[in-house]
Design a protein around this ligand. Structure first.
Ligand code: IMP
Ligand code: MG
Length: 183
């Protein structure tokens, strides 16, 4: 069965308000501190670029890329680093920026790895959160929006590498549910 791009779940105005709210909170919580935003490639780059422009304190930015494990066969949740940080995080206030948290296995693994490098503090900021699907008990300090257990695309989130460019977040559906056919 084919997949189609369905209804807007989160529109661009709500996304903008969400980024302003999170950026404001981070600016207040980290006032006077040396913050490093670490984006998880590829999905988080859109959110990170919006979020950082709502942060009013000086921040640095770096990125990490991790391999996606196979959800069906691998229950360990250990991710492999494909692109490591350029920055030494020792003594830095690290905020890991993600597009979406699903099982939580990716972030749990990344958190354990970065903690061994002795940052001054560590927090997680995600645009979207699907808590119903959580398998790893991770604490998330900054959540933009809690969403239902649906697969979403747009605003950096992809399906088979596509649709990251959609300005609104949309639900991916089976074609018999109606919607715009995928390419
Ligand atoms: P986790 O390790 O299961 O939390 O996986 C998180 C990653 O899975 C995210 O960074 C996304 O790359 C991907 N992902 C999870 N849910 C979705 C979704 O609804 N749409 C697109 N990507 C998703
Ligand atoms: Mg991702």
């Amino acid at each position: 069965m084919g997949m189609v791009i369905g209804d807007v779940l989160v529109d661009r105005d709500r996304i903008r308000a969400m980024c302003a709210e999170l950026g404001g909170r981070i600016s207040r919580d980290y006032a006077g501190k040396d913050v490093l935003l670490v984006g998880v490639l590829t999905g988080a780059f859109v959110f990170l670029s919006d979020l950082m422009r709502h942060i009013s304190i000086p921040v640095s930015v770096d990125f990490v890329a991790v391999s996606s494990y196979n959800h069906g066969t691998d229950s360990s949740g250990v991710v492999r680093i494909l692109r490591d940080l350029d920055t030494n995080v020792e003594g830095r206030h690290v905020i890991l920026v993600e597009d979406i948290i699903d099982t939580g296995l990716t972030l749990q693994s990344l958190r354990e790895l970065l903690r061994t490098r002795n940052p001054a503090s560590f927090a997680i900021c995600t645009a979207f959160d699907k808590p119903e699907r959580r398998r790893a008990p991770i604490h998330v300090e900054y959540v933009g929006m809690v969403i239902p257990d649906r697969f979403i695309v747009g605003y950096g989130l992809d399906f088979a590498g596509r649709y990251r460019n959609l300005p609104d977040v949309r639900i991916l559906k089976n074609e018999n549910e109606g919607g715009i056919p995928c390419l």
